[in-house]
Design a binder for this molecule. Structure first.
Ligand SMILES: [Fe+2]
Ligand SMILES: [Fe+2]
Length: 351
């Protein structure tokens, strides 16, 4: 038997459970003490990927290739401010090679994170929508968009993998074992605790969250002229596609949320702030591994980690990145339910 089959991580990929089906979701208030039903907003479903053939990176952008040695011109492989551990004095004193290794490994991690997000989460939901598994009532225009979305995400996974291979070859910085990203571990744990028939729906809500958040990486790296050109271009290609995906998933949420019915909204709604946090909080396990590869004492590694991610700063940047997502939820009445508003407040996402 091949090791592929025996790989327990493969067996645990988050697709177990039946696809969510909007047609079976209750339409009216249900259960004693159910919160006030959310109004079903009257809005027209339109394609959010209408000009996809002329705009999608898979259609119109070239392969991004590391053409020349831009490092010799002083360029880096990642925005230094997005690698706070590399700016810590205990790392700086080790010299530029240590700083470079941490920057390159952060790029590797970002590329691995992207691959897993695209293939283990977003594509699964997009396929459910495209194939009508999310219920026969999903508007056809949304299903058609979802096919394009599947294509985009597969392409993003591919070009992330391609870039990682190129950077590893160009820099010689060791590729560490890529563990399952924190967000996926959290997502799995959350879904394991849910009834089977809610797991795919939870994945759909997670996709709404992750596709509408605006990460610092997508915003900052394309504009940062200190970063090597092909990496900036690759992140810019991705960010452009994601702008359309954000519009798609915002519309999808507006369609989905009122149709869930009060019970499901009350049960799954508290997961929304949890998903925001799970997606945006720093994944310290692989960062610790990269630091331990440097000549640092274990106590120094813990000091660097603690001082590089002050909780107040992490909370502020999480809220900043979630601005669009939080507005989306407000617009569709999520916060009108005091129980859900509290769930956001408890996680520092609401005053
Ligand atoms: Fe993507
Ligand atoms: Fe996307």
């Amino acid at each position: 038997m091949s090791s592929f089959i025996l790989n327990t991580e493969y067996l645990e990929i988050p697709v177990q459970g039946p696809a969510f089906d909007l047609s079976s979701a209750p339409r009216v208030a249900s259960g004693p003490g159910a919160p006030t039903p959310a109004p079903s907003p009257a809005f027209t479903i339109v394609s959010k990927l209408a000009h996809w053939d002329e705009k999608a990176s898979v259609r119109v952008k070239p392969r991004r290739v590391l053409l020349r040695d831009e490092e010799a011109e002083g360029k880096t492989f990642f925005t230094p401010e997005l690698v706070p551990v590399s700016r810590h004095p205990l790392v700086a004193r080790l010299g530029p090679e240590a700083v470079r290794a941490l920057q390159v490994k952060t790029l590797y991690r970002y590329l691995d994170f992207t691959k897993r997000l695209e293939l283990d989460a977003i594509s699964v939901v997009a396929a459910d929508i495209a194939l009508g598994r999310a219920g026969p009532e999903l508007p056809d225009v949304m299903r058609q968009d979802a096919f394009k979305l599947c294509t985009d995400e597969a392409h993003h996974a591919y070009f992330s993998d391609d870039m990682k291979r190129q950077v590893a070859e160009a820099t010689g910085v060791a590729v560490e074992d890529s563990s399952t990203p924190r967000f996926l571990r959290r997502l799995r744990a959350i879904r394991r605790d849910l009834p089977r028939d809610q797991r795919r729906l939870a994945l759909a809500l997670f996709s709404v969250v992750s596709e509408t958040l605006i990460s610092g990486i997508l915003c900052q790296v394309p504009k940062d002229e200190r970063v090597v050109t092909s990496v900036r271009e690759m992140v810019a290609d991705h960010a452009e596609d994601e702008g359309r995906h954000s519009a798609f998933f915002s519309q999808f949420f507006g369609y989905l949320w009122p149709r869930l019915g009060n019970s499901l909204r009350a049960e799954l709604g508290p997961l929304l702030p949890e998903f925001i946090q799970a997606f945006l909080e720093p994944d310290k396990t692989p960062i610790r591994r990269s630091l331990r590869a440097l000549p640092l004492h274990p106590d120094e590694v813990e000091t660097i980690l603690a001082e590089s991610y002050p909780p107040a700063e992490v909370a502020a940047s999480t809220r900043q990145a979630a601005t669009v997502t939080l507005h989306l939820f407000e617009r569709h009445g999520v916060m009108d339910d005091p129980h859900l508003a509290d769930a956001f407040r408890e996680r520092g996402l609401r005053d």
